[in-house]
Design a protein around this ligand. Structure first.
Ligand code: FAD
Ligand code: NDP
Length: 524
């Protein structure tokens, strides 16, 4: 992921490339107005109360500055709305991880019998109960964020913001009441929202997105998930785990940008646990039948054939669009990438207007992850008000895809390492292992796999680590520190394992791919 972000930055030719790639949005009414004279309302105004915006606002307030945050959620096309905290808290990481946990528990219940627990043969799952519990937790987080802002004396306004000029923003409440807010520094942290495939007939009327899924009061039932990246695979994974019939429709490869050997194992594991995959297919039409079910027609690209099936729910998971359109950025002179419509930023997160910054998902070339948005927000506040010059470092950002068998990684994929350094300079150490907890219930461990991508020349610096197995997020987080500190293969081999864990298998990776030896771990 880190490599992807760094590559994205490089591919647009360095931080100031935006000067040459002016979006039409930046050309129209676009002159930067002179800063209004006189004192402004705040030292810092943050637009967007999500992961990045809240972190930046709280840090600036901690440093003694006057700060305001404006946050506003436009309901989804299906009418779903939520409170303060942004995507991660309301319709992202948090409800997703809780539903993933619910699905994992189903598997553990089945294991439990083998460990001596008397468990009923059929254990039904109650979506309503899960959704209510998840939603209650999310609401408690919404409240917690409001309290934190209050405690730190950050002014919070539930208004939709748009620029009036380079230092002034108009905020409009749900009821249409307007407020003008001025600030010396403005941070754009408006994130993104799921895309709809507008070329697919009936997509908007009949489909939902991740903005709706976690807030459904009734079970989604038989679900078609369109897309094949993080959101699609995670959602299809937990729906299958909850006992629902889930189908993933992918047009190309799964988890584009990730190590493709790992991605193939992720989908292989999902398929072996009941998720259906329609590969090389794209939908063309969603029709509502008289009984309320959805008839989906799609094209099988491989054989140019049309096919159809019926579902209760169609979930679009085809990527996210930045929330820049309604900000009237041209009034401030802030330039966008003409391709992505994200805000162009330099390494200091500054936009084309020096006192306006952009962080998180809305900023061009940044990973769309909560911890990077948070760290970028904090560091920005420290540079603005704390005398710091520390920049956010997007190298070696770890991430985990929370599919039923979790996939955690940090650093380069094998493909990226080979492309950068050449096959002859890359050594890959790998292992197929069996988690101890899989043995008693005789769980299949065919896809439990680890690989460490290193430079071949001693001391063999580690370029990337890929871990597919239980608790991959927890395992990867620890090793990410070592890799961030420049760990070598030799140092990982000198790291004493914790027995018996899955993580210790990383410190025991002795078989190189080049050797051709069987990488299956035997013994304990
Ligand atoms: P956001 O959190 O999206 O916040 C932006 C806020 O600005 C929103 O509240 C928005 O409504 C508001 N806003 C927009 N326009 C305006 C306006 N004009 N005026 C006022 N307010 C406005 N990341 C992880 O690291 N781990 C995960 O496990 C993970 N899981 C995810 C699962 C799903 C289903 C999704 C969709 C995302 C997930 N992510 C995950 C990504 C993560 O949620 C985002 O990267 C993160 O929330 C981005 O933070 P942000 O501050 O840039 O924007
Ligand atoms: P991504 O942009 O990562 O992937 C979009 C997927 O949809 C790809 O598989 C793409 O296929 C497919 N797609 C795009 N357009 C179409 C179309 N018109 N028809 C059919 N398929 C299409 O989006 P996600 O929504 O999965 O995730 C957004 C971001 O949110 C991620 O990049 C990630 O950073 C963040 N996130 C992080 C999570 C985590 O940390 N665990 C979890 C969830 C989200 P193709 O490859 O062919 O283009």
């Amino acid at each position: 992921m880190a490599a992807m972000a760094a590559a994205a930055l490089r591919s647009r030719g360095g931080p100031f490339r935006w000067r040459a790639r002016v979006s039409p949005a930046g050309c129209g009414r676009g002159a930067v107005r002179a800063a209004a004279a006189g004192p402004r309302d705040y030292d810092l105004l943050v637009i967007g109360g999500g992961s990045g915006g809240l972190a930046c606002a709280k840090e600036a307030a901690q440093l003694g500055r006057s700060v305001a945050v404006v946050d506003y959620v436009d309901p989804s096309p299906q009418g779903t709305s939520w409170g303060l905290g942004g995507t991660c808290v309301n319709v992202g990481c948090i409800p997703k991880k809780l539903m993933h946990q619910a699905a994992l528990l189903g598997g553990l219940l089945r294991d439990a019998e083998h460990y001596g627990w008397g468990v009923a043969q059929r254990i039904p799952h109650d979506w309503k109960k899960l959704a209510e519990a998840v939603q209650n937790h999310v609401k408690s987080l919404n409240w917690g964020h409001r309290v934190q802002l209050q405690d730190r004396k950050v002014k919070y306004l539930n208004v939709k913001a748009s620029f009036v000029s380079a230092h002034t923003v108009r905020g409009v409440t749900k009821a249409g009441k307007e407020t003008l807010l001025s600030a010396d520094h403005i941070v754009i942290a408006t994130g993104g929202r799921p895309k709809y495939p507008m070329h697919v007939k009936g997509a908007l009327e009949h489909g939902i997105t991740s903005d709706d899924l976690f807030w459904l009061k009734e079970s989604p039932g038989r679900t078609l998930v369109v897309g094949a990246s993080y959101v699609a695979l995670e959602c299809a994974g937990f729906l299958t785990g909850l006992g629902l019939d889930a189908t993933v429709m992918m047009r190309s490869v799964p988890l584009r940008g990730f190590d493709q050997q790992m991605a193939a194992l992720v989908t292989e594991h999902m398929a072996s646990h009941g998720t259906r995959f329609l590969r090389g297919c794209t939908p063309s039409h969603v029709r509502k039948l008289p009984d309320g079910r959805l008839q989906v027609t799609w094209e099988d690209l491989g054989c140019s054939r049309e096919d159809t099936d019926t579902f209760d729910t169609v979930l679009w998971a085809i990527g996210r669009a930045p929330q820049t359109r309604s900000l009237d950025l041209e009034r401030a002179g802030v330039l966008l990438s003409p391709d992505s419509q994200k805000v162009l930023v330099d390494a200091r997160d500054a936009t084309s207007v020096p006192h306006i910054y952009a962080i998180g998902d809305v900023a061009e070339g940044r990973p769309e992850l909560t911890p990077t948005a948070i760290m970028a927000g904090r560091l920005l506040a420290q540079r603005l008000f704390g005398g710091s010059s520390d920049l956010m470092d997007y190298d070696n950002v770890p991430t985990t895809v929370f599919t039923p068998l979790e996939y955690g990684c940090v650093g380069l994929s094998e493909e990226e390492a080979v492309a950068r350094h050449g096959q002859e300079h890359v050594e890959v150490y790998h292992a197929h292992y069996k988690p101890l907890e899989f043995t008693v219930p005789q769980r299949d461990a065919s896809q439990c796999y680890i690989k460490m991508v290193c430079l071949r020349e001693p001391p063999q610096p580690v370029l990337g680590l890929h871990f597919l197995g239980p608790s991959a997020g927890e395992v990867t987080q620890g090793f990410a520190l070592g890799i961030k500190c420049g760990a070598s293969y030799a140092q990982v081999m000198r790291t004493v394992g914790i027995h018996p864990t899955c993580a210790e298998e990383v410190a025991k990776l002795r078989i190189s791919k080049r050797s051709g030896l069987d990488p299956t771990v035997t013994g304990c």
